[in-house]
Design a protein around this ligand. Structure first.
Ligand SMILES: NC(=O)c1ccc[n+]([C@@H]2O[C@H](COP(=O)([O-])OP(=O)(O)OC[C@H]3O[C@@H](n4cnc5c(N)ncnc54)[C@H](O)[C@@H]3O)[C@@H](O)[C@H]2O)c1
Length: 309
């Protein structure tokens, strides 16, 4: 029996609204503004690293029961151990988000295990660097398979269960690169713009059909994770140099801070959330400039990032 007994009590830190009384001091401190997650069943893909790991841990601290998955079983085992140390119920499975049938079976197994499911965070993703001219079709397809189809697979596999729960939420991770494009990122840009289009349509469909499922699109800016270290690139590209630049200059926000911002947006039922100050500033520039940003970025980007061809 791994479900904690959740009792609601007055929060002594705030003298305010109810929070689960079985949480320890760290959980109580971190979970104060995270009400709404206690007792919920949340699914996180790509939970073995970065934003997914931080989301899973923050959800666990906020009293959720967590189903985590990844293809990186080592990272997944670490996340599982840390969730167990928090004392939250956890189910950990190896799942490749590109495998549609496996995803559907997985959705059934989560419902069988926890009795219901309330939230899915379609977070798993990969990065790739290469100009269109030299990027092989297979690399475009691989990025679309994970970053776009992985999100569609997760959404469709869980949607009937989320509707049945009476209190569902789908959280799809796009990117700041789902808002504007940059040279060398056509594959990733395509997938992340597609996630945005898919998710914004879905939110409207759920509202129009009066289904009890909320929908949020997440647009992170540069987050300090392994994404660029794990990325692949077109042959001959100096990925090491880009990884150093990315890690040193282009990542501002920690995954923990990102998870906190995302969960706050989920709690408030935001349609979209920009994660990090860079995301807010660049979104503003792009909105103000219309298509004019393309002239600016095609001049600035080659100075920051080596040519990807
Ligand atoms: N880090 C950033 O700056 C940034 C910015 C914008 C968007 N994002 C997005 O955030 C999400 C999380 O990325 P992150 O930065 O934490 O990167 P990360 O590399 O630290 O974590 C991504 C996780 O996804 C897993 N994964 C990859 N392919 C998978 C597959 N086919 N099936 C299941 N799991 C798979 C990886 O094993 C890894 O554990 C991604 O969708 C990414 O595109 C990240």
């Amino acid at each position: 029996m791994d479900h904690p007994h959740v009792v609601h009590a007055i929060n002594p830190l705030e003298g305010g609204p109810a929070v689960p009384a079985n949480l320890n001091r760290e959980q109580l401190t971190r979970g104060v503004d995270m009400q709404g997650f206690a007792g919920k069943v949340a699914v996180v893909t790509g939970a073995g690293s970065g934003i997914g790991q931080a989301l899973a841990l923050e959800l666990a601290r906020s009293g959720a029961k967590v189903a985590i998955s990844d293809v990186n079983t080592e990272g997944l085992a670490e996340t599982e151990a840390r969730i167990k140390a928090i004392g939250a119920p956890v189910k950990a499975d190896r799942l490749d988000v590109t495998e549609r049938e496996a995803f559907e079976l997985y959705a059934d197994s989560v419902v069988e295990h926890f009795g219901t499911v309330n939230q899915i965070y379609n977070n798993a993703g990969i990065a790739y660097v290469g100009d269109v001219e030299v990027t092989p079709y297979k690399d475009f397809e691989r990025v679309m398979d994970v970053d776009f189809w992985g999100v569609v697979n997760g959404t469709k596999a869980f949607l009937p269960h989320l509707i049945a729960s009476g209190d569902g939420h789908i959280v799809n991770v796009s990117s700041l690169f789902g808002i504007f494009s940059v040279p060398g990122q056509a594959a990733y840009n395509s997938a992340k713009f597609a996630v945005r289009g898919f998710t914004e349509a879905l939110r409207q469909e759920m509202a129009a059909a009066r289904h009890p499922v909320k929908v949020t699109t997440v647009h992170p800016g540069g987050i300090k994770t392994a994404i660029m270290r794990n990325a692949t690139a077109v042959e001959g590209f100096d990925k090491e140099s880009l990884t150093r630049t990315f890690d040193k200059w282009l990542t501002i926000t920690t995954p923990e801070r990102a998870a906190h911002i995302i969960l706050e947006a989920v709690r408030k039922d935001k349609a979209r959330v920009l994660v990090g100050p860079d995301a807010k500033v660049l979104d503003f520039i792009v909105r103000m400039s219309g298509s004019g940003y393309q002239r600016l970025f095609s001049t600035v980007m080659p100075r920051l990032v080596p040519n990807a061809h």
